[in-house]
Design a protein around this ligand. Structure first.
Ligand code: FAD
Length: 280
């Protein structure tokens, strides 16, 4: 496959203000020029962005013409709430969902939905809507932070595949070997769905370190040390980040990955530069 035909997708989060929503439409329109297979829009577990996710999905697909998939998480929603949301998505002609367990925002306490894990959500969506939706699920090359072990996490990933997931998007990583290892172990378990690497551009060290701590993604020491050394030199951080992430993607593409999913953080420039470097 030449890189120009490699499927790519871009992830956004719903803006909090009307002004943010307008800016997001501009960002998405810019990224639409790269002809992504789809956009996706995150969902605040517990329903905190229920309306904004829906509005963002419809807004972006109308403005850009790109098929846009809502994320849906089960950890804080009842079956009834999920059913109502699925009905709305069906009525809107949406045909792809990213099905997740989710993480409840701090302060909302522990699990209080009816479905505890993402494999239960995948089964629920299949029971309610058959094969209508293409279902994406999450995968963790460096293990989910709450996983009891790598092996158990892999088996839990397989549960989602067995429940009817069509494709997976990984948590971001900077170590290509972690992805290859996970993919090869998944293949050995008989998992055949595409496992698409999630790619995080590097533009801001403090934010990246905070995200990475929370989601269990490792920033290799040499990258951390170099970013720390740049301090407030934003230009050098961006340039270095672009080089690191471009090289990571080059390695992944050379190894035949089925696509790339970019965590845009609602910003176009860093992702556009990486795509340009990769001729995507
Ligand atoms: P699961 O697959 O349910 O796994 C969660 C943990 O439980 C793992 O440790 C797993 O090993 C274990 N487990 C799974 N199934 C079982 C089982 N049946 N029995 C026992 N243990 C089990 N979060 C949001 O809130 N909103 C979003 O929009 C969002 N988008 C994301 C998009 C991507 C591509 C990714 C990679 C993550 C996203 N997240 C989002 C974060 C995600 O919700 C968290 O990582 C969450 O902690 C786990 O969700 P999951 O769907 O992977 O859960």
């Amino acid at each position: 496959m030449t890189t120009s035909t490699l499927p790519i997708s871009f992830e956004f989060f719903p803006a909090k203000t009307a002004e943010g929503a307008k800016k997001l439409e501009i960002t998405a329109s810019q990224l639409a020029e790269n002809k992504p297979e789809f956009f996706s829009v995150t969902y605040g577990a517990g329903g905190s962005t229920r309306d904004r996710t829906l509005e963002t999905v419809t807004g972006l697909s109308q403005v850009t013409g790109v098929s846009t998939a809502p994320h849906l998480s089960c950890v804080g929603d009842t079956r009834q709430e999920l059913r109502a949301l699925l009905k709305q998505y069906l009525q809107l002609g949406i045909n792809r969902l990213v099905a997740l367990r989710g993480d409840l925002p701090s302060g909302m306490g522990g699990f209080h939905g009816e479905l505890q894990y993402a494999n239960e959500l995948v089964s629920f969506i299949r029971e309610e809507t058959g094969d209508h939706f293409t279902l994406e699920v999450a995968a963790y090359p460096e293990s989910h932070p709450q996983a009891q072990s790598f092996e158990k996490d892999l088996l839990n990933f397989k549960r989602k595949v067995n429940a009817g997931a069509n494709s997976a998007i990984t948590q971001y990583f900077f170590n290509a070997e972690a992805y290859f290892h996970f993919r090869d172990r998944a293949t050995a378990l008989g998992i055949e769905i595409p496992i698409v690497p999630g790619i995080m551009p590097i533009t801001n060290y403090t934010r990246l370190a905070r995200f990475s701590d929370a989601c269990g993604a490792e920033i290799p020491r040499w990258i951390r040390k170099q970013l720390e050394a740049y301090g407030d030199d934003v230009q050098s951080i961006r340039q270095f980040g672009e080089e690191v992430v471009t090289k990571l993607c080059e390695r992944l593409i050379a190894d035949g990955v089925p696509g790339l999913h970019f965590y845009t953080l609602n910003q176009a420039p860093a992702v556009q530069r990486i795509c340009w470097n990769l001729e995507l």
